[in-house]
Design a protein around this ligand. Structure first.
Ligand code: SF4
Ligand code: SF4
Length: 322
């Protein structure tokens, strides 16, 4: 409630819309008396052992677009919910029918808090859940059930005096340990936020075009992050190592085709172009040769949002908002 009162949720109005129902499972699904929490690793199967350095290196190639690791494969919502549903069916086969509902990042559920209270890990200073044996590169899911289960215990936090995630955050979004101002977070700005990206934050986004992993990449516990066994999260062609120019050239049809079944699809083509335009502007300012030409192709784009970001990226002062 304090976080909401500060306005840290930005325009994620759904965060505020459900009030305390979010924190009270039985108000969301009447009859709920226990919650089974689960986590599922998502590092792609071919992730190299030095993956954190590999990912940080991408930031040194300003002409390349960076998509957050979790979003390079299939949309996790369906994958995880199907697996939770199967788990519930297997439990029912053992104990008989029971009322249940599975969630993953899809309903007013305080996922990270439920996960940490039930021992899936502790809340890091970046607010994500992390575990000594799995780091933080996993999705969370829950099954609300109408049967009383013995409670599992939380684990002890192990951040100690580390503040690496706070220090590395390019936009200063982690305003204090365990306090995230989503309005400054690149994940929020590139995915959740619909309108223009605040001018002051654009240069800080670098070449991150969908989400941001920096606070997780720097975390020492992610040396222990685990790879998934599922092919679903294998990176799709075109989402790693692609040039910003190539990504900016995607037509709406191409965007829809390439992001079919991917979490990226939900931001739509316009926001995609907005994000890539910002990255191209940042690339142009550090001397990336092809950036200006790519931007010029969309100077007259049908979308006012895209045109404005292109103008910013090209330093076209006359077109900028006042
Ligand atoms: S995701 Fe990126 S911008 Fe957001 S808090 Fe982490 S480091 Fe900062
Ligand atoms: S980087 Fe350090 S402070 Fe941040 S979550 Fe990891 S261990 Fe905790």
């Amino acid at each position: 409630m304090h976080w909401l009162a500060e306005g840290f949720h930005g325009d994620m109005h759904y965060m505020a819309a459900h009030g305390l129902r979010r924190a009270r499972p039985a108000e969301l699904v009447p009859g709920t008396v226990s919650v089974i929490t689960a986590r599922m690793n998502y590092l792609p199967r071919d992730t190299p052992s030095e993956w954190q350095a590999v990912e940080f290196d991408r930031l040194n190639r300003p002409g390349e677009g960076i998509v957050s690791l979790y979003a390079r494969g299939r949309d996790y919502h369906k994958v995880l919910r199907n697996r939770l549903q199967k788990l519930a069916e297997r439990i029912a086969a053992e104990v008989g029918p029971f009322g249940h509902r599975a969630f993953t990042d899809s309903a007013p559920v305080l996922e990270a808090e439920l996960a940490s209270r039930s021992g899936q890990g502790w809340r890091g200073k970046h607010t994500l859940v992390l575990d000594r044996e799995a780091g933080s590169m996993f999705f969370l899911g829950e099954i609300y059930v109408d049967m009383a289960l013995p409670a599992s215990e939380p684990v002890t936090p192990h951040c100690g005096s580390c503040s690496a995630c706070i220090d590395v955050c390019p936009t200063g979004a982690i305003v204090a340990p365990h306090r995230l101002d989503a309005r400054r977070c690149i994940s929020y700005l590139t995915i959740e936020h619909a309108g223009p990206i605040p001018l002051a934050l654009r240069p800080l986004m670098g070449n991150r075009i969908y989400g941001c992993d920096d606070c997780q990449l720097i975390c020492p516990w992610n040396k222990f992050a685990k790879k998934t066994e599922l092919p679903d999260f294998d990176a799709r062609e075109g989402l790693t190592g692609a040039t910003l120019g190539a990504l900016f050239a995607w037509t709406e049809d191409e965007f829809l085709r390439r992001t079919e079944g991917s979490p990226i699809r939900r931001i739509g083509h316009e926001r995609w172009l907005r994000n890539v335009a910002v990255a191209l502007g940042n690339a142009r300012r550090v001397g990336e040769g092809d950036a200006a030409a790519a931007l010029a192709t969309r100077r007259e784009d049908a979308s006012a949002l895209v045109r404005e970001h292109v103008a910013w990226a090209l330093d076209d002062a006359a077109e900028l908002p006042r």
